[in-house]
Design a protein around this ligand. Structure first.
Ligand code: PLP
Length: 362
């Protein structure tokens, strides 16, 4: 295995985001030759034996790591999570009503697209309080087609601790920013989808886990490319699938498996988040807008006493090797994204830096 020669920074970017070093090393070799084929992973036909084996392994590992039964299909699609904002209602809404939980920018976008295909009932919303908490009660609609929520709000730094209770239709979750960060009971869901570029791999592929009976009920008068049923029939290869991204995702699943599976990820993520939140709670210098019980373990959002200090911290942190701490442009402030692949040392290092910064500027 090659050793990377270039020194690496700690990358706290919200996405595309940090990947495990071992995955990068494995990938760097596969770029030149996938196994002993003498042809790089990006250069293989998506219908040739070597890549078909990669795709099969990616699916098998996803099933094993996430505990996905044969009642569900596992798809690797393109267009990002944003395409699923469209594809889900395009297939399943068919002029009916769907329940949506509005907890941030991404769910707002999903709602906007769903309205093209039917009626959206906002079952609960945190909008009036700038999405700083997760609503605990919801008004669901009898006869709704599905119930959509965003399990982790990447921009606002809030996260559901479990599934919303009381839904009257299959749960559909946008899990883009916390997929595989903790165990999940797949059987509670109709659809789980996630753009890969936060916790699963590079941009360009979206994991979609869908109950087969739901896929079968999908609209047939929409373009074939967007029919889940067609994608299942063609095993994600209705057209050329994103081969390279799928390869990397398969390596990330193998890495998760080697590191204790989803329970291992959860323990690692809880420990990291605790170090960071303990620092934020240790003095008034740090402010966290998010309700304590709803804090995200993936995207830690915080503020300083002034915007000048926030800019100063970002600048000095970047110089010290802690990159990507600027908050989303729509909310400002600071955000440390600490996905699965962020090592504990990245977080403890950042906290040491923050304590020093506070001592000098507090
Ligand atoms: C990043 C993100 C998206 C957007 O993903 P794309 O793949 O860029 O479309 C959607 N939802 C959530 C929760 C995200 O974090």
């Amino acid at each position: 295995m090659t050793t990377l020669q270039v020194p690496r920074k700690f990358n706290f970017s919200a996405g595309p985001a940090v990947l495990p070093l071992e995955v990068l090393q494995e990938t760097s070799e596969a770029l030149f030759s996938l196994g002993k084929t003498g042809i790089g992973v990006m250069e293989h036909s998506h219908r040739g034996k070597p890549f078909v084996a990669v795709l099969a392994e990616a699916e098998a590992l996803a099933r094993e790591v996430m505990g996905i039964s044969s009642d569900y299909a596992v798809l690797f699609l393109q267009g990002g999570a944003s395409q699923q904002f469209i594809q889900v209602p395009m297939n399943l809404l068919q002029g009916g009503t769907a329940d949506y939980l509005e907890t941030g920018v991404w769910s707002e976008k999903a709602i906007k697209e769903a309205k093209r295909y039917g009626t959206v009932n906002i079952a609960s919303t945190s909008k009036a309080e700038n999405h700083t908490f997760i609503p605990k009660t919801h008004k669901f609609t009898a006869g709704s087609k599905f119930t959509h929520f965003t399990s982790n709000n990447t921009i606002f730094g809030t996260q559901f601790r479990g599934e919303p209770t009381g839904a009257l239709s299959p749960l559909v979750v946008d899990a883009s920013s916390d997929i595989c960060s903790k165990p999940i009971d797949v059987s509670k869901y109709g659809i789980i989808y996630a753009g890969a570029q936060k916790n699963l791999g590079p941009a360009g592929v979206t994991l979609v886990v869908i109950r087969k009976d739901l896929a079968e009920q999908g609209a047939k008068d929409i373009p074939q490319l967007f029919q889940y049923g067609e994608q299942i029939k063609n095993e994600s290869c209705y057209n050329t699938c994103p081969t390279f991204s799928i390869y990397v995702v398969s390596r990330v699943f193998a890495w998760i498996k080697r590191n204790g599976g989803l329970a291992g990820m959860a323990a690692h993520n809880e420990a990291k988040a605790k170090v960071l939140y303990d620092c934020l709670d240790s003095s008034d210098f740090w402010k966290t807008p998010v309700a304590k019980e709803d804090r995200s373990l993936m995207n830690v959002v915080f503020r300083l006493p002034s915007e000048e200090l926030e800019e100063k911290l970002i600048k000095e942190a970047t110089a010290a090797g802690f990159d990507g701490l600027k908050g989303h442009r729509s909310v400002g402030g600071l955000r440390a994204s600490i996905y699965n692949a962020m090592p504990k040392e990245g977080v403890t290092g950042l906290v040491s830096f923050m304590k020093e910064f506070e001592a000098k500027n507090g």
